[in-house]
Ligand binder design. Structure first.
Ligand SMILES: Nc1nc2c(ncn2[C@@H]2O[C@H](COP(=O)(O)OP(=O)(O)OP(=O)(O)O)[C@@H](O)[C@H]2O)c(=O)[nH]1
Ligand code: SF4
Ligand code: SF4
Length: 311
């Protein structure tokens, strides 16, 4: 089926499901992906059902995230089930602490690729950011993911003023060595946690980095259906900038819908005031038609978080 468009003419082609809020790290900037806390997680069957409906409604790509998705003991079973639906792409965003153990099993189960959150290669800075001493484990996990053929492997690096803003070069060399894509991410505020003080202290504007990369890149591409993000190809390596702040093109080209860990359709990462119930309907025995109506209600609630400014 052709992708459904939201009221702002954005086709909805990708789905991100937060399968848990639990995590084994405690990062200083964590907003648990914009979620309120929930202990009620969906079963593999329920996740499958949501994916089945999504496929019927034109979704092509599915990503599982958290919290930390690999903390779920049934993560391999979940991937096995979803992979039966033949999406174009199934991916996971993980902190990597358990990746060494799971990479091969996940690949065999049908996982295509993985994004690993890693902001620094400095052990002390890593401890400061995550409150854990897992850097070596994470690095081993990343190498393992490359070895078993998850492709591409990406590193998500959130830049923070006074913490790691000078480490992009080091991280780039590390990623280049292993054929990994480096995604450099601007620190974002979220609506449901009061982190404005934190943001004021640590927010680092990526504009100067963007200018520098534009000067030195051998080639630059734009990801049209992925928030118009820019990709910079440098000396055989690849850097992508995730720069949502004061960037109206970012939201204008957002094609991603989300599902919360308690099974609600979430139209935008940064909002919690327009969620639509899905799982509760499913648990009450609603048929596919009703579930699809709920899903489409979620799509219809979508609006760009950052609008273009009017003159
Ligand atoms: N504002 C905003 N930021 C997002 C969105 N999706 C991802 N991000 C940011 O991008 C980071 C990386 O997200 P991932 O889910 O790992 O992957 P991705 O980069 O979005 O997706 P791929 O490039 O397809 O792998 C997140 O931690 C967010 O900071 C979104 O829909 N809106
Ligand atoms: S690894 Fe992710 S979910 Fe876990 S604390 Fe850090 S940012 Fe939050
Ligand atoms: S902030 Fe909302 S609308 Fe903007 S890119 Fe993120 S999810 Fe999409």
């Amino acid at each position: 089926m052709k992708a459904i468009k939201d009221p702002f003419n954005r086709p909805i082609i990708s789905l991100r499901i937060t399968i848990t809020n639990r995590c084994d790290e405690n990062c200083i900037y964590c907003h648990h992906d914009g979620m309120v806390n929930s202990k009620d997680e969906m079963t593999p069957e329920e996740i499958y059902k949501i994916c089945e409906i999504s496929k019927d409604l034109g979704i092509q790509r599915v990503r599982l995230s958290g919290g930390e998705p690999l903390i779920r003991k049934d993560i391999v079973e979940i991937i096995e089930k979803i992979s039966k639906l033949n999406f174009r792409d199934i991916s996971i965003t993980t902190n990597g602490t358990m990746l060494e153990k799971y990479a091969e099993k996940l690949k065999d189960a049908g996982l295509d690729r993985v994004n690993v959150s890693l902001d620094t290669l400095n052990p002390e800075t890593y401890k400061f950011i995550t409150k854990r001493d897992y850097l070596d484990r994470v690095k081993r996990g990343i190498v393992k993911a490359v070895e078993v053929g998850l492709n591409p492997v990406k590193i998500n690096m959130v830049l923070m003023k006074g913490i790691n803003e000078n480490e992009v070069k080091d991280m780039f060399y590390f990623t280049k060595e292993y054929g990994i894509v480096l995604q450099v991410i601007e620190l974002m505020e979220s609506e449901n946690c009061d982190d404005s003080k934190f943001n004021a202290e640590y927010h680092y504007d990526l504009t100067s980095l963007e200018e520098e990369l534009t000067k030195i890149a051998d080639d630059i591409k734009t990801r049209e259906f992925m928030q118009n993000r820019k990709k910079y190809f440098i000396d055989g390596g690849e850097i992508e900038l995730v720069k949502p702040i004061e960037n109206t093109n970012f939201c204008k080209n957002c094609t991603r819908l989300r599902i919360t860990p308690d099974g609600k359709v979430k139209p935008c990462l940064l909002r919690n005031d327009n969620l639509v119930e899905l799982l509760s309907y499913m648990r009450e025995g609603a048929d596919d038609e009703i579930l699809k109506k709920q899903y489409i209600k979620g799509i219809n609630n979508r609006e760009p978080y950052t609008h273009e400014k009017e003159d």
